[in-house]
Design a protein around this ligand. Structure first.
Ligand SMILES: NC(=O)c1ccc[n+]([C@@H]2O[C@H](COP(=O)([O-])OP(=O)(O)OC[C@H]3O[C@@H](n4cnc5c(N)ncnc54)[C@H](OP(=O)(O)O)[C@@H]3O)[C@@H](O)[C@H]2O)c1
Length: 186
């Protein structure tokens, strides 16, 4: 069981524009040609922040077109928010707030031997890293720059650095980088 932060980022390190647009991402390639389909098969539980969840609430049509359903996940999902949010029909969602560790315990219990996916955003992935719970970072580096936006991972992580395990090109649109987080970084 690994805790993995898997996200697509612009070349200059943003996962969304400052107004939460992902329009730049979808023309870059077919998600089914990336490592996502094999990745998601190994996932037993998901965690996401409220901006990511609310993007899915607002963009059910786009999500449906890209991924086949308005809520494409069969796995239970933990959504971090201090507010009361609507539930997307068909979604198994638990709303939580504060310390990520109790949610991580509950996710582990639900996932069994399968992996935990930290969907994003970057600050939430950083909170899991701060608690020593992040094992891997998988980034689909996209062939665009955004100039500004929502950061991939707003942490300084230098010593020791991440360990690059694999690199895969997906057409002209993506370079997938697969990193492990060294134990002494936790
Ligand atoms: N390119 C990609 O692969 C990718 C991946 C994921 C997300 N995205 C996009 O990137 C953007 C991410 O937005 P974001 O960086 O703002 O991140 P986010 O993590 O989705 O949302 C941040 C919000 O979540 C809530 N939150 C976070 N940690 C919490 C905690 N411990 N306890 C309680 N609430 C907590 C807070 O809002 P409240 O308390 O006000 O609810 C916080 O402002 C979205 O547009 C999303 O669609 C892109």
């Amino acid at each position: 069981m690994k805790t993995q932060y898997f996200a697509a980022a612009s070349l200059d390190g943003f996962i969304a524009t400052e107004d939460d647009s992902l329009e730049w991402l979808f023309p870059l390639g077919d998600i089914n040609e990336t490592s996502y389909p094999s990745f998601i098969q190994q996932v037993g539980a998901l965690a996401m922040g409220s901006a990511t969840y609310e993007w899915m609430v607002r963009n059910t049509h786009t999500v449906s077109g890209q991924m086949g359903a308005a809520w494409p996940y069969t796995q239970p999902t933990w959504v971090f928010s201090t507010r009361t949010l609507p539930v997307i029909p068909g979604a198994t969602v638990t709303f939580v707030r504060g310390d990520v560790r109790p949610a991580h315990e509950a996710m582990r219990a639900a996932a069994g031997s399968r992996n935990l996916w930290i969907v994003g955003g970057g600050e939430l992935a950083g909170q899991f890293h701060d608690a020593g719970l992040l094992d891997e970072i998988i980034v689909q580096v996209s062939s665009v720059t955004l100039g500004k936006g929502k950061p991939l991972f707003p942490r300084r992580l230098t010593n020791p650095p991440l360990r690059l395990e694999r690199v895969k090109q997906v057409g002209p649109g993506f370079a997938e980088l697969h990193y492990t987080v060294p134990k002494s970084n936790r």
